[in-house]
Write a protein that binds this ligand. Structure first.
Ligand code: NAG
Length: 500
């Protein structure tokens, strides 16, 4: 009996095991088949590899970024396949990567006809917009409203406010020190500017309240979308909820009641972006809801913060490497500073227009180290690019946000002689050929914050070179991309104040 039982159970186990194994292999086969069929329904797909099921070439893709050479993912394949479009499988979806000026032009001119904006699921989860609308839909609405707040005319009056924040930032974090770590300070500056311009938040302690949850959101968006306890992703969802539903909603309600009472005589406050949003109406004459506003302000903060601080930091890096270029920027900025010194006035719009050489330097920084690598689209119909068919539903990976087609344009010999050389004079005269320099994207989806970023970076450069020369403490510090380009060690520099 004992033995019988033993035998009975062991064969039961064996059968169960076999059943289990065959289920697994069935599942694996299905996955492989699905993975394969995503590619084989169509003839003449672009060249490329699809990698492993599900994972595809994602690890390859991420690791070139971690190694600080994100453009290699694209360049290696462009070289291998001799094509400016190749297929791959990243972010869990079949993807066509377009690169080069032809790719940029194609995307900028066919926006919303052949494809629409698309975000990885992680972004949709961290920004859970109202059930009926998606991130893509929200983004379209946002684009109709944003120009009102972000157009150059509206931003002109903010130059003085940016300068005021920059002065206080340099006084509290740079002056009196022998050495600083640039990247964290650049983030302090851009975050402070954003809090001040969007919300009239100016009290460092109040701002500090939401620095931590804000960091959690930014980390989660750019990390792996694993919604499990204790992951960065789960933390980001929680932080995003806190910022929108408590922190920002509190500020919005308070402002609303102030505006309603009409007792808020503070002109600066009524001119910030929050007040603009509260008073703006859309095409149907409707005002934005509190929730909408909170979502949009968080979106603006995310979009503008890490990117601008990346560029401010790399400006410091390149200026320290090229003393002659530093000297020219210094001359240009001191001419402006000398005029201001007598009166103690803040920088204004006219001053910004005089910073031509400085802006060329910033553009050269953006060319060599674009903070964002590219963005995603989703094909809404089958179409043909360069003789290759791209099926409906595929993701496209293109310019500017997250992924790597920009650097491959920027560093292609054909468009930029000696592409690795830091040379701001490329931007003199007529500048680079159309569709070759696109750190802000182009066409209908051009970055709405371009002008804002330009002002913020130039005001930073003015306040920086006016006070210091500097020297890198880690001569060959690497750049890592995860996925925003940042200095691997935060860019520590020694400071040499001019007035010492
Ligand atoms: C910026 O730095 C100042 C001085 O260290 C600090 O008080 C403030 O909280 C920081 N702000 C942000 C946004 O990190």
């Amino acid at each position: 009996m004992e033995q019988y039982h033993h035998h009975y159970y062991s064969s039961l186990y064996l059968n169960l095991l076999l059943l289990f194994l065959s289920l697994i292999s069935l599942a694996v086969a299905t996955i492989f088949y699905k993975h394969k069929s995503q590619y084989h329904r169509h003839v003449n797909l672009p060249p490329g590899r699809r990698g492993l099921p599900y994972v595809g070439e994602t690890l390859d893709f991420l690791s070139t970024g971690w190694k600080g050479r994100p453009e290699n993912f694209v360049l290696d394949r462009v070289r291998e396949f001799s094509s400016n479009v190749f297929k791959t499988h990243i972010v869990g979806k079949p993807t066509a990567v377009l690169s080069g000026a032809e790719g940029n032009k194609f995307v900028f001119t066919n926006e919303n006809k052949l494809f629409v904006a698309w975000w990885p699921d992680s972004v949709n989860k961290i920004f859970p917009f109202t059930e009926t609308s998606s991130v893509a839909e929200e983004s379209r609405r946002m684009r109709r409203l944003l120009p009102q707040f972000m157009k150059p005319e509206a931003l002109q009056r903010y130059v003085g406010v940016m300068d005021d924040v920059a002065r206080r930032h340099f006084a509290s974090s740079w002056e009196g020190r022998d050495a600083v770590e640039v990247f964290p300070l650049a983030k302090n500056y851009t975050f402070w500017v954003a809090c001040r311009l969007f919300l009239s938040l100016d009290d460092p302690e109040r701002i500090a309240e939401f620095v931590v949850p804000f960091k959690d959101v930014a980390t989660g968006i750019f990390g792996l979308p694993l919604d499990l306890p204790f992951t960065a992703f789960r933390r980001a969802i929680r932080a995003s909820t806190y910022i929108r539903e408590e922190f920002l909603t509190g500020i919005i309600r308070q402002r609303k009641s102030e505006l309603a009472d009409g007792k808020n005589a503070d002109v600066a406050k009524t001119q910030d972006i929050l007040s603009f949003m509260l008073m703006a109406t859309d095409d149907n004459g409707e005002r934005m809801s509190e929730r909408d506003i909170a979502d949009k302000i968080l979106g603006l903060l995310i979009g503008g913060h890490d990117t601008a601080s990346s560029t401010c930091s790399f400006v410091v890096k390149f200026l320290s490497e090229f003393p002659r270029i530093y000297d020219r920027v210094y001359e240009e900025q001191m001419q402006i500073a000398r005029c201001k010194a007598a009166t103690g006035e803040m920088l204004n719009w006219e001053d910004i227009q005089k910073m031509k050489y400085s802006w060329n330097v910033a553009c050269e920084v953006l060319r060599l180290v674009p903070p964002l690598q590219g963005t995603f689209r989703e094909a809404t119909t089958d179409f043909v690019f360069n003789g290759f068919s791209i099926p409906k539903g595929w993701k496209l990976c293109v310019y500017m946000q997250l992924y790597w087609s920009v650097p491959s344009t920027h560093k292609t010999e054909k468009y930029f002689p000696e592409p690795e050389k830091f040379d701001p004079s490329r931007f003199e005269g007529r500048g680079p050929a159309p569709y070759t320099f696109v750190p802000f994207g182009g066409g209908p989806r051009m970055c709405p914050g371009k002008e804002y970023a330009r002002l913020e970076i130039l005001v930073f450069m003015h306040n920086l070179v006016k006070r210091f020369k500097f020297e890198k403490l880690i001569p060959d510090e690497k750049i890592v991309v995860n996925p925003i380009a940042v200095p691997a060690n935060g860019l520590p520099v020694r400071l040499f104040p001019h007035n010492a």
